[in-house]
Design a protein around this ligand. Structure first.
Ligand code: HEM
Length: 482
């Protein structure tokens, strides 16, 4: 190498060294300003994952919070993460600085639902899709669904009570009900042929979604991937049939089909399919597990049950012994039932936490949340904090006579990704509870304590129960099957 080459090499080396020094220095100066939150990263790779999914979440989170405070570091599912456990910190992540924290899901789950589903996105695409979903699930369109939801609730309850000796898995049955309501809100009316095909394949996707993601023939995950492809075909078929009919479509599907972006482009069939599957996923297990908890809380507390029953009996009688259909105004007048629903959402906190990912280094109260780290707002902690909800383990609907302090009650999340389906979820609960309490009774079978994760917390074994129908005018009391 001649002299010129040596000089060039030296220059290059110098340049590289200065880059390294500069990067290190830059990082150091950032870290000098803000340090990582306190906490323990647990075992390598596994971190706190096992504890998170095996320990009672109340105990696990409360112990961590007590030791480290409102913001702490941990290691979940192979990722470093920061848990935030105060109303203020959660608001920072989900509301005021939401643009710095993007939603994040395991890749396998994103593939299964479809990457165009709104909740995987931030920014313009998310805003556009959210408006469509929110619009189709707002009060005006859902009030038109009452009579259809009523028919679904009655036929569901009749099927459970068809044989009073048969033990029903309450959670599984509630899933069937919330699926049907989801289909109704999405498609309006849907022919039996397409509905059955959707249901069959959706059940396979649902099974695979919660299984270990190994994509080899025979595994539930593999079957789910195939079923997910079939769902796209079925949805494309429905979309082209509806395009041919040329009627203004109602429901979420209609909104998605009619939407145009600034350049006048429609959503593609795949984008529509991903959002429909996404909404079904968001709607089904959540509503079903809360309904299952409500049945358990009512069953376990005869005094509570009598108070709720009295509210529904008055409506039933004003509807000529249930001969007239429920009205929207009546569902809005179920004031005590509403408090029971809110208290069930608080107690069960079925969405204990959610995940975000920092898109840049973010500083919160002098602590650094490094770019790429996961951030977990812990809703359950807030819902079970005696400072916000005195005697938090007590089921007490009367606590909702006064509104909770701002940002302390978040069963439906908060900010730009907060649940657009919350009113529909509550409406289906009001209607199902009304018919259950006025025409049926149930008894829980077997062990009545314990929680199972499916993946949301659900009473053990999905709350096995026997249901039976009251003869009209019957005075038979709760807990006495025929
Ligand atoms: C009791 C029942 C329900 C509960 C507890 C619940 C809870 C939640 C929560 C906590 C979030 C926010 C998640 C996050 O920030 O990461 C959410 C989002 C969402 N929920 Fe619900 N949900 C329920 C029912 C429903 C129903 C019935 C639908 C639709 C028919 C629905 C559709 C959605 C959608 C589409 C999102 C994503 C919104 C977005 O990313 O902009 N949910 N839900």
């Amino acid at each position: 190498m001649d002299m010129g080459g040596v000089v060039l090499l030296l220059y290059l080396l110098l340049f590289l060294l200065s880059c390294i020094f500069f990067r290190k220095h830059k990082r150091k100066s950032h870290q000098q300003k803000a340090k990582l939150p306190p906490g323990s990263m647990g075992w390598p790779y596994i971190g706190d994952t096992l504890q998170l999914y095996t320990k009672n979440p109340n105990v696990f989170f409360a112990a961590k919070q007590k030791r480290y405070g409102e913001i702490l570091k941990s290691h979940i599912l192979g990722c470093p993460c920061v848990m935030v456990a105060s109303p203020e910190a959660i608001r920072f992540v989900l509301v005021t600085q939401a643009h710095l924290f993007k939603p994040t899901y395991p890749k396998s789950k994103e593939q299964m639902i479809g990457s165009s589903a709104l909740f995987f996105h931030q920014g313009d695409y998310h805003t556009r899709l959210r408006k469509l979903v929110q619009g189709s699930l707002s009060l005006d369109p859902i009030r038109k669904l009452i009579s259809n939801i009523e028919a679904l609730a009655v036929s569901t309850l009749e099927s459970w009570a068809a044989d009073a000796h048969v033990v029903v898995n309450t959670f599984h049955e509630m899933k069937k009900f919330s699926f049907e309501v989801g289909i109704l809100a999405i498609f309006g009316s849907l022919d039996e042929y397409h509905k059955e095909k959707l249901k069959k394949n959706y059940i396979m996707v649902d099974k695979g979604y919660n299984s270990f993601p190994i994509n080899i023939p025979g595994t539930p995950y593999y079957k789910a991937v195939l079923a997910r492809k079939r769902l796209n075909q079925i949805l494309s078929e429905i979309i082209s049939e509806r395009k041919e009919r040329r009627v203004v479509e109602k429901g979420l599907l209609g909104c998605l089909m009619n939407s145009k972006d600034k350049e006048g482009n429609n959503l593609t069939d795949n984008q529509i399919a991903d959002n429909i599957i996404g909404v079904l996923f968001a709607a089904q297990d959540t509503t079903a597990s809360v309904l299952t908890w409500i049945l358990k809380y009512l069953h376990d507390d005869p005094k509570l049950l009598e108070t709720v029953k009295a509210e529904h009996k008055a409506i039933y009688e004003s509807n000529v012994e249930g001969k007239k259909p429920l009205t929207w105004a009546q569902t809005r007048s179920m004031v005590y039932t509403h408090k029971v629903i809110l208290e069930s959402l608080r107690m069960a906190s079925i969405i204990s936490f959610t995940f975000r990912e920092a898109v840049a280094d973010v500083e919160y109260k002098g602590y650094l949340i490094p770019k790429g780290w996961k951030v977990m707002p812990l809703f359950r902690n807030i819902h079970h904090d005696p400072g916000f909800f005195p005697d938090p383990q007590k089921f007490d609907p009367s606590r909702f006579e006064v509104s909770p302090k701002p940002n302390t009650f978040m069963p439906f999340g908060n900010g730009v990704h907060a649940c657009p389906g919350n009113e529909l979820a509550k409406l289906e609960m009001f209607i199902l509870i009304h018919h259950l309490l006025t025409k049926f009774r149930w008894d829980v079978v077997g062990s009545q304590s314990g929680i199972q994760y499916c993946p949301f917390p659900v009473p053990h074994h999905g709350l096995p129960a026997k249901f039976w129908k009251l003869e009209s005018g019957s005075q038979r009391q709760h807990g006495c099957p025929p």
